[in-house]
Design a protein around this ligand. Structure first.
Ligand code: C2E
Ligand code: CA
Ligand code: CA
Length: 745
């Protein structure tokens, strides 16, 4: 779990970094876009200004030229009122061509006449006054006093001079304001801004924003500055007057306004006009957003995609995490060997439930031997079958789990040991049936029991069961034991055995006892088997079944077997040297020992080192049903080529097979006590008879082991079986006694 949190934090950091990158890219993109769109707006404004400069120049120039040309014409007849009147009246015909309302003439005293028949005084008009001073003048937008139908007009005026250059009147042309207003390019700001033509004071000459035109503000500067600050206004006016290029002013009206303007210069017009674009800040932003919106849309789409990606990433992580958790749970709760639950699972499940019964530690007897026989792969496959058979006997309220190797834990709900015992017995029966069916060495489990009630520590219960189980292992006649003081003692003894082994070996407390083998026809000793015993600290003898199974598990058996072998070699050497009677003394070689590397070379080396011949120390090996096992074939052949005599031990005890007789280079067959015990029944006799005959036919000699009765001796004699080992003649004895027996005969 800790690891998961770390992983989450690591991923969160990566994500934050990524998000940071994305945001900074977005930020930069945003800056770029707004700069781009701002530039775009500026470019557009400039384009509008440029275009309007051109359009307005052309338009006004056209009308100004007309007015000036008219003025020039009039300089020839200005003195004749009739001619003037007639001339002006005739201009009416050209009004549609030149798109004016009227052309008129104003005498220096202000009296005026126009092409459409107006007669009156226009001396108060600014354009008249300016032109009387020699200026060509264009008025700001003006409400016509003459024509109610076309209220908004502009008037262009020019002086009429006589030959001496004296101003003798003013020619004016009234044009509809729409000529100028409608010709103005609107650019992209049609909806937002105002395009205008203004004069040097900021007065509006034309504008495409009618509300602006119709409002009381005819002065763009005072409109923009709200007329509030006269000082400001004059500053703006000065800027307007002085600007020879396009420039921009900012006003604070209505959330901020920008006035972009560019001058248009017209020949002989003293005061330049300016084309202008008035844009509110919000309009620019709106316009900017118009540009940016679609780019933002793209980014929004990208961002959404990224977000989905991020969410997916997190989702994926959580999926991954739950996968990991499941994976971990699987590792913890599912055994890779049995594919069933583990002990960890049993613990978890049992802790949750209010149950009482027994925790059982199940250990397959001699599994190490079986493993060495079958090889790892098949042995592991066998664990699965063992598990399958076990759960067949488990009730719905029982729980089982694999511990490790051939160790299993069970929880059996039960009130007393008796009901547990019957179920465990059934499990063992199934194992036996399975091993027979599969032609495997006999499979049998040793069970240790510890009582458990809800709330107990399960681990402690299991180690108690383990202790009980250890005690079962050392006794073949029992398949289960319940934890109690006695078993604790047994376990302690085993630990003690293991710990004290090297010292005990050194102190020669592992004693080699010898059980003589007799020729039942002559009653003479023809050989012996070396059997090890432990002399414990109290001086008592410990039988081999108390420590050999343990040593087969922990590997100490290799040293012990070697020790016994060396001891026997030394006995033989010593007897040879003393020229005493020498009979072959066989030693036992555990199957576990066999699988230590260089076993053959080691034994051959010991033999050489001590200096005895290998026939004097035959090796007893228990043959298991492993005829397909190439290792055992190679090993036995190897021993055989080194001159060792091999005795097939325990034949008929269940670990042996007839096929092995034929395949492996065994010289002697040792009939197990369990077969000898059959003697006396018809079937038993037949079995013993045919086995011995078969062995003889295969060229093997036979030793009958565990012979206890005269009847057995008699029967064996009829089968021509000479060699007999058993209590009938002698139990295993100390070397001194054996020596004595040998001397006797
Ligand atoms: P095993 O190799 O089958 O040895 C024969 C066992 O049968 C011996 O028991 C012997 O005392 C016993 N026996 C012999 N004749 C009779 C009889 O007439 N009646 C009865 N009831 N038993 C008889 P022991 O000495 O207790 O040895 C038990 C087993 O311990 C041996 O069985 C052998 O497998 C193992 N063992 C003993 N010494 C060694 C050793 O040095 N190395 C290894 N690897 N195993 C050993
Ligand atoms: Ca033996
Ligand atoms: Ca035996």
């Amino acid at each position: 779990m800790l690891l998961n949190y770390k992983a989450i934090i690591r991923r969160a950091i990566v994500l934050l970094a990524l998000l940071g990158c994305v945001l900074s890219v977005l930020q930069q993109a945003n800056n770029k876009i707004s700069r781009y769109s701002h530039d775009e707006v500026q470019r557009n404004i400039q384009a509008v200004l440029d275009q309007n400069v051109e359009t307005m120049t052309l338009l006004i120039d056209k009308h100004k030229t007309l007015v000036e040309a008219t003025a020039t014409k009039m300089s020839g007849f200005y003195a004749s009122p009739e001619l003037v009147k007639d001339f002006i009246r005739r201009q009416e015909a050209s009004k549609d061509i030149y798109k004016y309302y009227r052309i008129g003439f104003i005498y220096p005293d202000g009296s005026a006449l126009s092409s459409d028949g107006y007669l009156g005084n226009l001396g108060f008009r600014e354009y008249f006054q300016k032109s009387m001073q020699g200026e060509v003048f264009i008025t700001s937008v003006t409400r016509s006093v003459l024509d109610k139908k076309h209220p908004l007009v502009n008037i262009i005026s020019a002086p009429v001079c006589n030959d001496e250059g004296k101003i003798v009147g003013v020619i004016f042309e009234t044009i509809p304001n729409s000529i100028l207003s409608d010709s103005m390019s609107r650019g992209i700001f049609a909806e937002f801004g105002s395009n205008a033509l203004i004069d040097n004071d900021g007065d509006i000459v034309a504008a495409n924003n009618s509300s602006l035109l119709l409002s009381q503000h005819r002065d763009l500067l005072s409109y923009a500055t709200l007329d509030t600050d006269q000082k400001h206004l004059s500053v703006w006016q000065q800027r307007l007057t002085n600007s020879s290029n396009s420039s921009v002013m900012y006003f604070e009206r209505d959330g901020g306004q920008y006035l972009h303007f560019a001058p248009i210069f017209l020949d002989r017009v003293q005061e330049p006009l300016h084309v202008a674009v008035l844009l509110g800040q919000s309009s620019i932003e709106a316009q900017t957003s118009h540009f940016t919106n679609y780019i933002y849309n793209i980014f929004a789409a990208l961002f959404a995609a990224a977000l989905i990606g991020v969410l997916y990433y997190f989702f994926d992580i959580s999926v991954q995490e739950s996968k990991n958790r499941k994976e971990l749970e699987k590792i913890a709760y599912v055994s890779p060997f049995t594919e069933g639950p583990t002990y960890a699972y049993l613990k978890k499940k049992l802790a949750k439930e209010k149950r009482s019964g027994y925790i059982v530690y199940m250990d397959m007897r001699d599994f190490e031997i079986i493993r060495s026989t079958l090889g790892n792969e098949r042995a592991e496959g066998l664990l699965k079958d063992i598990w399958t058979k076990t759960i067949e006997e488990l009730g719905p309220k029982d729980i089982g789990g694999h511990i490790v190797n051939d160790f299993f834990a069970l929880f059996l709900e039960a009130k007393d040991v008796a009901s547990v015992e019957s179920r465990l017995r059934k499990i063992n029966e199934k194992f036996l049936m399975m091993s027979t069916a599969k032609d495997l060495p006999n499979l049998e489990a040793a069970f240790g029991l510890a009582p458990y009630s809800h709330g107990d520590d399960i681990d402690i219960a299991l180690s108690k069961a383990d202790i009980a189980k250890q005690s079962v292992l050392s006794q073949r006649d029992n398949f289960y034991a319940v934890y109690g003081e006695a078993y604790t003692q047994a376990y302690v003894e085993q630990v003690e055995l293991e710990k004290s082994f090297p010292q005990a070996l050194h102190d020669k407390r592992y004693e080699v006892w010898l059980q003589p083998k007799f020729d039942c026809f002559t009653n003479r000793i023809i050989g012996a088997e070396a059997l090890v015993r432990l002399r414990n600290a109290e001086g008592q003898l410990v039988p081999p079944l108390k420590f050999i199974p343990l040593f087969e598990k922990n590997g100490l058996i290799r040293q012990l077997d070697e020790y016994v072998f060396r001891t026997v070699c030394e006995i033989q050497k010593q007897r040879l040297a003393a020229q005493e009677k020498v009979v072959p003394i066989s030693v036992n070689l555990s199957r576990v020992s066999l699988y230590y590397r260089n076993i053959v070379n080691r034994y051959a080396a010991i033999m050489q080192e001590v200096g005895v011949s290998s026939e004097l120390v035959p090796l007893e090996i228990t043959e298991s049903a492993a005829v397909d096992n190439k290792d055992i074939l190679r090993l036995t052949q190897d021993f055989s080529t080194h001159g060792f005599k091999l005795h097939m031990d325990d034949f008929g005890s269940g670990y042996s097979s007839l096929a092995a007789l034929n395949e492996l280079p065994f010289e002697t067959l040792k009939l197990d006590k369990s077969i000898i015990d059959f003697i006396g029944t018809d079937h038993g006799n037949a079995l013993v008879k045919h086995t011995i005959q078969l062995a003889h036919e295969l060229g093997m000699s036979v030793i009958a082991e565990g012979v206890e009765t005269q009847e057995q001796i008699d029967y064996l004699k009829t089968l021509n079986c000479h060699c007999v080992q058993g209590y009938y003649y002698s139990k295993p004895v100390e070397y001194k006694e054996f020596e004595h027996m040998l001397q006797q005969g």
